[in-house]
Design a protein around this ligand. Structure first.
Ligand code: SF4
Length: 217
């Protein structure tokens, strides 16, 4: 067999698709970040009525290249929550307004084999957008985000995702020095709000694009 690792993960993604669909998510499977981008632009986006668009922090979403494409598409009013060189107050206001966007694009920290999305936020704008507000949510998920259950999801997020994110953001938190979560009380603690999205409500509001690549962390 050629590419046995990809074949292995495709089986896992197909099982996960069934589990997520049983939880009322709309689900698509693609092989690469580039094919996820094409699928979104050609099959998902045309079916949605979108005037305003925004996003929440996600390395996987960034890997698709859709950030630049959507940001620069003047057919949409873009609430650019990743805008650089703007005062923090302005950025927070953009993130508040983003919660009323027609379309919200992001990733997930983990997804369980029985089809639940698990996330942990610093500010909360990403988990809020996933939960309520934007009319449509599209979540891009690399195969490396699959975990067996909620316990494994929380271990993954707390002992891997959060320290790596703290390092990426140059936070002054103990995990940046030790590589382990120290359950800190730092003002820059990035672990403040957990969400477990058991099902999409209404059905199909949250669309999940599963990608057969390791993406993000
Ligand atoms: S609680 Fe603090 S130490 Fe633990 S991962 Fe989050 S930021 Fe790092």
């Amino acid at each position: 067999m050629e590419k046995p690792i990809d074949a292995f993960w495709l089986k896992r993604l197909e099982d996960l698709k069934e589990a997520l669909e049983a939880n009322h998510f709309e689900v698509h499977i693609t092989q690469t970040a580039a094919s996820a981008r094409e699928l979104f632009l050609e099959e998902i986006l045309p079916g949605l009525e979108v005037k305003t668009v925004s996003w929440g922090g996600s390395m996987t979403f960034m890997a698709t290249g859709l950030y630049e494409i959507m940001r620069d598409d003047d057919r949409y009013e873009v609430l650019d929550a990743f805008k650089r060189d703007v005062p923090r107050e302005e950025l927070i206001e953009i993130r508040r307004q983003a919660l009323l966007a027609d379309l919200f694009l992001t990733g997930t920290n983990a997804v369980t084999e029985d089809g639940q999305l698990v996330n942990l936020d610093m500010i909360g704008n990403r988990v809020c957008g996933i939960t309520f507000g934007p009319r449509h949510v599209v979540i891009f998920v690399g195969r490396n985000k699959i975990v067996s259950d909620l316990d494994e999801a929380m271990v993954r997020v707390k002992n891997y995702v959060a320290p790596v994110n703290a390092m990426r953001l140059d936070m002054k938190t103990p995990c940046v020095n030790t590589g382990y979560c120290e359950e800190c009380n730092s003002p820059q603690r990035i672990c403040n709000t957990w969400t477990i999205t058991e099902k999409s409500f209404p059905k199909g509001r949250v669309k999940v694009v599963l990608i057969n690549e390791d993406l993000g962390f």
